[in-house]
Ligand binder design. Structure first.
Ligand SMILES: C[S@@+](CC[C@H](N)C(=O)[O-])C[C@H]1O[C@@H](n2cnc3c(N)ncnc32)[C@H](O)[C@@H]1O
Length: 334
């Protein structure tokens, strides 16, 4: 019985010879679909044995790809906006740049208050279905009416803001944003960037325990930070002091599981080299149940916990139920 490694190498070779530009990724995607496993699992455990039947199915898919058939048609699916759409040869494959149309249509619909939409040449339905499904959490929580500047009048505190990756889009959506970070270097980068983009964001070099401002916020973002702090309970206590009653806090972090050790440390740091080695310490990862109990001790009730999973098919991160590695929790101050 061949193993995944042998099949992947054969697949790369065949696709490379046919001048396929993404031979490595394509072979991995096709094998992962045949074996019904995540692509990271196959790449990390290349010694897994593959049955004769799966080998034949994989070779059939490699042959179709070699003939120039797009991956989306072979797998009958394509990611677009936040959803996966069924596609076959009868429809065009949704393109990433078409997402701009969805964005513009949302603005137009809210501006004109039109409720009747006609999608001419609907194809896979990607535009109309994306429009109908577009209803983010924040908009619902605050019953926001304007979606041209949907976060207008909302005060947001981004803790551990880094270079301002999240502060900037929040500010562009109309929010009054304050970003804090313990690193002066990061704050300097964030300030330079927001100045260039002509955005009015208040950046302060501070951690929540040292923050001296007399202001409370509607939304606090603690994204990818608590897995770096020594005392999560204390950190949440100091963060929640700045949250208004009924205000919401998002916490995105890493679960403490064997899988998170394999994926977030061994995979992301040592194999794929997405992050420098030593970025994460597994001991500091937090289980959702621990996070919820720390939050509860600080007068925050859990509203929602979602898993966040990397989708190698189109290089994006999706929200779903799998919380075993990355997850995002939404709390409300009571
Ligand atoms: C992994 S980065 C996340 C950046 C950003 N939140 C994002 O999601 O793109 C973590 C950031 O938290 C900052 N940080 C770590 N501990 C902190 C603390 N106690 N108070 C404030 N910032 C902190 C680091 O300097 C770093 O910029």
């Amino acid at each position: 019985m061949p193993n995944a490694n042998t099949l992947l190498n054969n697949g790369y070779k065949i696709l490379n010879n046919s001048l396929c530009r993404s031979s490595k990724l394509d072979a991995e995607v096709l094998l992962s679909s045949v074996l019904k496993k995540k692509i990271e699992e196959i790449v990390l455990t290349r010694s897994i044995l593959v049955s004769k039947e799966d080998e034949t199915n994989y070779q059939r898919l490699i042959f179709r790809r070699k003939q120039g058939e797009p991956i989306a048609y072979i797998l009958n699916k394509k990611e677009f906006w936040k959803n996966t759409f069924y596609v076959n040869k009868n429809v065009l494959i949704p393109r990433p740049d078409t997402e701009v149309i969805v964005e513009e249509a949302i603005k137009l619909i809210d501006k004109t208050k039109q409720k009747l939409i006609l999608d001419i040449g609907t194809g896979s339905g990607c535009i109309i279905i994306s429009l109908l499904k577009e209803r983010p959490n924040i908009i619902d929580h605050y019953n926001v009416k304007s979606k041209i500047l949907p976060l207008k009048k909302l005060k947001i505190l981004d803790i551990g803001c880094g270079g301002g990756l999240l502060c900037e889009p929040m500010s562009r959506l109309g929010a009054e944003v304050t970003g804090i970070d313990a690193s002066q270097k990061n704050i300097n980068v964030a300030k330079i960037h927001s100045k260039k983009k002509k955005l009015n964001i208040k950046y302060i070099c501070s951690s929540p325990e040292n923050l001296r401002i007399n202001k409370k916020f509607d939304i606090i973002l603690n994204m990818e930070i608590i897995e770096h702090v020594d005392d999560v309970k204390l950190f949440l206590r100091n963060s929640s002091k700045f949250l208004k009653k009924n205000g919401i806090m998002y916490v995105a972090t890493l679960n403490k599981t064997l899988k998170s050790y394999l994926f977030a440390i061994v995979g992301a740091e040592y194999i794929l080299r997405w992050l420098p080695i030593g970025t994460h310490e597994w001991n500091k990862f937090v289980k959702p149940s621990e996070l919820v109990s720390h939050a509860k001790a600080n007068s925050m009730r859990i509203k929602k916990v979602d898993g966040v999973v990397f989708n190698p098919l189109n290089n994006t991160w999706d929200i779903n139920n799998d919380k075993s590695v990355n997850y995002i929790a939404l709390f409300e101050k009571v």
